[in-house]
Design a protein around this ligand. Sequence first.
Ligand code: AMP
Ligand code: GLY
Length: 421
Amino acid sequence: MNILIIGSGGREHAITWSLNKSREVDKIFVSPGNAGTAELAQNVNVDLSNDESIISFINDNLVGLVVIGPEDPLVNGLADVLIAQNIPVFGPQKNGAILEGSKAFAKRFMKKYNIPTAGYEEFSDYYKASIYLESAQYPLVLKADGLAAGKGVIIVNNQKEAQAALDRIMKDKDFGSAGDKIVVEEFLEGEEASILAFVDANTVVPMVPAQDHKAIFDGDKGPNTGGMGTYSPAPIVDDSVMKLFKEEVLDRFMVGLKAEKIVFRGIIFVGLMIKNGKPKVLEFNVRFGDPETQVVLPRLKTDLYTIMNAVVNDKLSEIKIEWNEEYAVCVVVASEGYPDAYPKGIELKNLNQDDAIVFHAGTKLENGKVVNSGGRVLGVTALDKDLKTAIAKAYSAVEKIEFEKKYYRKDIAQKAYKYIY
Ligand code: AMP
Ligand code: GLY
């Protein structure tokens, strides 16, 4: 089986690494990929804006499965184009991807199917939103409706901050047309966790839980990023939280999909806020998380291709998915300056580490050298039965990697100590 993976991040390197272990997989193409995927697969440049050229690439190269990594092509309907040609796709079509593509849609879906989430209002009219904010209770969370690379969410503590955030989203259009509509949400307290699940037309199977670290600085300080590190399992998700999550979120999610006639084949990623053992949904994503994937897939014992093949054939209920019992910790190495501006083209060395898997994200090959090409550059994952040992292995590898503009958080996974030690 030949596979085409769309994307270029750490998530896509982790998917490539995992699929590459399968005996059933012959050749993997990654478009556009990075310097890490180039070691395991063939990087190609398929023009996603040209349906004909994608389809002919797939046919010419006998690709039997397409895995779509990022949200943009899913929301833009790439799966619809391919499925119309009978090409098997791991990833939902437009009518499922809108759960990530429109926060207002996701909130309406949750309300309709009684999935626990923060209370909210939605506005398409700037003036109506502004009047609402005059008499609202604070803190609140303002969210641009559409895709904004994780940046369209602003927490506000009073009316003045709220008005400024509203202006940024709806008037100045800082997030472009994503800000044509706004969701104003109740602020939830608690601890966050991410649970990804495999979904086919009839079945949903959760993966092991993970926890992300979104802020740039230690102690969750500073602006949010795409994610600075993860670990799995996340002990905040104990058996009782998992049970509630399955009953109140996943089961109702499947009821909602059926009722709305959405056939969903791929991943649903649920961002949760957990307080007093009760999970509430912060957001749905319709793809693997980044850097959640870099800790979840290394714990997967079952062949990933077998699972993906089952998903695209609606046979997920027939397979058993198994995980190893180890802790996985991923430390993201970023370019100094990220999430603001940072220099590119700086060489990275010593990227093969014995005790850790070095997933590439923003890297590329330039004259035979690996250089940084993005803000999040690497995800360094280590595993061990003991959490502190897994952390130590990950950081020891990070320290050995040579990169002049290396920045990383020093406190990844420490949040779990209180549950374990
Ligand atoms: P989202 O993209 O909707 O998950 O939001 C990004 C981040 O904003 C989340 O990971 C949370 O840290 C924070 N956030 C979003 N919604 C809320 C909420 N209702 N209450 C508190 N924090 C939130
Ligand atoms: N790590 C958060 C995300 O993938 O959206």
